[in-house]
Design a protein around this ligand. Structure first.
Ligand SMILES: CC(=O)N[C@H]1[C@@H](OP(=O)(O)OP(=O)(O)OC[C@H]2O[C@@H](n3ccc(=O)[nH]c3=O)[C@H](O)[C@@H]2O)O[C@H](CO)[C@@H](O)[C@@H]1O
Ligand SMILES: C=C(OP(=O)(O)O)C(=O)O
Length: 526
């Protein structure tokens, strides 16, 4: 069949030599994986490329000569660095699995509290020092944005503590839109900025490919503070008309984490009392409340769904705050140990935010022991060391589904898919929250798991799995990407996980730390 696209036809004599057939076949598989991750049919990808479905089928089968120009167009059409060339190409992992991990590993501080506190630092006229900050890409993105508007952000010699000083005048027009668009957390600039300018613009919030994530609850929550937002051409146009009154009640339409944080950030510098109902009491919200208290804001109801904030128009204090440990990291590390049948201690696990997960895992047959509890360096969060032992797991009787805290954390849900695949029996996993995240879990089938997508929100996982090694492209979502890596640790033989850069968005030195507890992981790039 003749192609409609001239660049897909047989090369001319002066064209560069064609790639070896093995290479085109391999690239074909990568294209197919990336297309599926994007949820595109061959026809839809063909339309993006301006060609026929048959051309796409040929590329995926390795039967098409590939030029650099075509590779570039494929990368653009798939919105993927998968086919990146040159020295700064994507990073991949070679994972040799099937052996238990051993020893202990310590949980780092959380991404989600770090981004909230970075945004919160905009409220303070004094110096904010954040201690124990995770060195992750998500933090770097928000830092890039903060620096672009004039905030001074300096790491100390240890590289763990960060000092932020906010100037009197922010250069909001100079905002690094590229960095901002790569993170959803930019939405949390709305709360602090409504105290700094009567009008301003922010780029649309972005982030992982988890499906549509509404920003409407943020708009509703911030309206009582006089904020009106219109969306135009990739930007939010915000206008602030402060409303009189010394008391307001905000009823959140969703018990979301970042929307609660935005309401807190707006209330912190609003004179008088703000009552936030249906507030999230999740870990990052608690970290934010503790920081605001240090700044001199009265916050009552910590850990509950009604927060009462006594705001102060000027916040000017030199404060040090130590960010607490990340429950999702802890859950990831526990899963690494569970699926590899290991005796492993996960130190400094924020136990309050893992209690339901551990109760479910106990029902599934997990053997574990907890150390006596102790406090995190923020003086508040309860920590414990969790030691798990090799266990025969069985599927839970009821489905596994997340709920706002104190329910099972939505970000822990993907890890239950890997665990369920290691257990005997069928587990229904219901992600009612994200439109797209459960879909990414079907990649576990590449490693031998029986994962059936019942609909975009529900997967049925039947185990036990005889994990086998495979080559997989990282899904474009942080937690599912880590789940594939953990399944590779369980699989005998050598697997390759391609294009893992997304993992650095939320995990610091994850591979090195897994290697320290006995994993065999090699990092390489093209
Ligand atoms: C930076 C940060 O802190 N990110 C976390 C935060 O994102 P964030 O707070 O931004 O989460 P979203 O606002 O996107 O909420 C997630 C999804 O849940 C839905 N929803 C949420 C609450 C609710 O009561 N009803 C409801 O339907 C939302 O419509 C959305 O589709 O919370 C998510 C849900 O815990 C976590 O996965 C993210 O890791
Ligand atoms: C969904 C997540 O985070 P974010 O809100 O930053 O996309 C996550 O941490 O898994």
């Amino acid at each position: 069949m003749t192609s409609t696209d001239p660049t897909l036809r047989t090369p001319t004599a002066d064209a560069p030599p064609p790639l070896a057939p093995g290479t085109t076949r391999r690239i074909g598989l990568l294209v197919r994986d990336a297309r599926r991750h994007r949820g595109l049919t061959q026809q839809q990808l063909a339309e993006r490329l301006g060609t026929d479905q048959t051309d796409v089928a040929r590329i995926e089968q390795g039967g098409q000569n590939l030029t650099l120009e075509l590779l570039g167009r494929l990368s653009d059409a798939l919105d993927s660095e998968l086919l990146g060339v040159g020295a700064s190409g994507p990073t991949h992992l070679r994972v040799t699995g099937g052996t238990p991990l051993r020893g202990s590993v310590t949980v780092k501080s959380s991404k989600n509290a770090a981004v909230a506190l970075l945004c919160a630092s905009l409220l303070n006229r004094g110096r904010t020092t954040l201690r124990n900050v995770a060195r992750i890409v998500e933090v770097d993105r928000i830092l890039d944005v903060l620096r672009s508007i004039g905030v001074s952000a300096t790491w100390d010699g240890t590289g763990r503590d960060l000092t932020l000083v906010v100037p009197d005048d922010l250069d909001l027009d100079g905002i690094d839109a590229d960095a901002a668009r790569r993170t959803r957390s930019i939405i949390m600039f709305l709360g602090p900025l409504l105290h700094r300018a009567r009008t301003f613009r922010l780029p649309y919030a972005g982030g992982c490919d988890l499906g549509t994530r509404t920003v409407e609850p943020h708009m509703i929550a911030l309206r009582p503070f006089g904020l009106a937002v219109e969306a135009h051409a990739g930007e939010y146009h915000a206008a602030v008309e402060p409303r009189p009154g010394s008391r307001r009640t905000i009823v959140l339409t969703e018990r979301g984490d970042t929307v609660t944080e935005n309401a807190l950030l707006a209330a912190a510098r609003t004179d008088g009392t703000t009552v936030i109902r249906n507030a999230s009491s999740n870990y990052m919200v608690q970290d934010l409340c503790l920081y605001l208290q240090l700044l001199g804001v009265g916050v009552e109801g910590l850990g509950t769904t009604t927060l009462t904030v006594h705001g102060r128009p000027v916040l000017d204090a030199d404060v040090d705050y130590t960010i607490s440990e990340d429950p999702v990291e802890a859950m990831s590390l526990l899963t690494a140990g569970i699926v590899t049948g290991s005796e492993l201690t996960v130190r400094r696990a924020p136990i309050e935010f893992l209690e339901i997960e551990l109760a479910v895992l106990a029902e599934m047959g997990l053997q574990y022991a907890l150390s006596p509890e102790y406090r995190a360096d923020n003086g508040h969060t309860r920590l414990a060391d969790v030691t798990i032992s090799p266990s025969q797991l069985k599927a839970p009787i009821d489905k596994i589904h997340p709920m706002p805290f104190p329910g099972l954390n939505i970000d822990h849900l993907p890890f239950f898919a890997v665990i369920a695949a290691s257990a005997t029996g069928s587990t229904l996993i219901h992600d009612w929250v994200y439109d797209n995240r459960a879909i990414h879990l079907s990649d576990l089938t590449r490693l031998g798991a029986d994962v059936r997508l019942m609909d975009p929100h529900r997967v049925l996982v039947t185990g036990p799995t005889r994990w086998r090694s495979a080559e997989v492209v990282c899904p474009p979502a942080l937690r599912p990407a880590v789940c594939i890596l953990l399944a590779m640790l369980a699989a005998r033989g050598t697997s390759v996980l391609r294009n893992v850069d997304i993992i650095a968005r939320g995990y610091e030195h994850l591979y090195e730390r897994l290697v320290e507890i006995g994993a065999s992981i090699e990092v390489f790039s093209d």
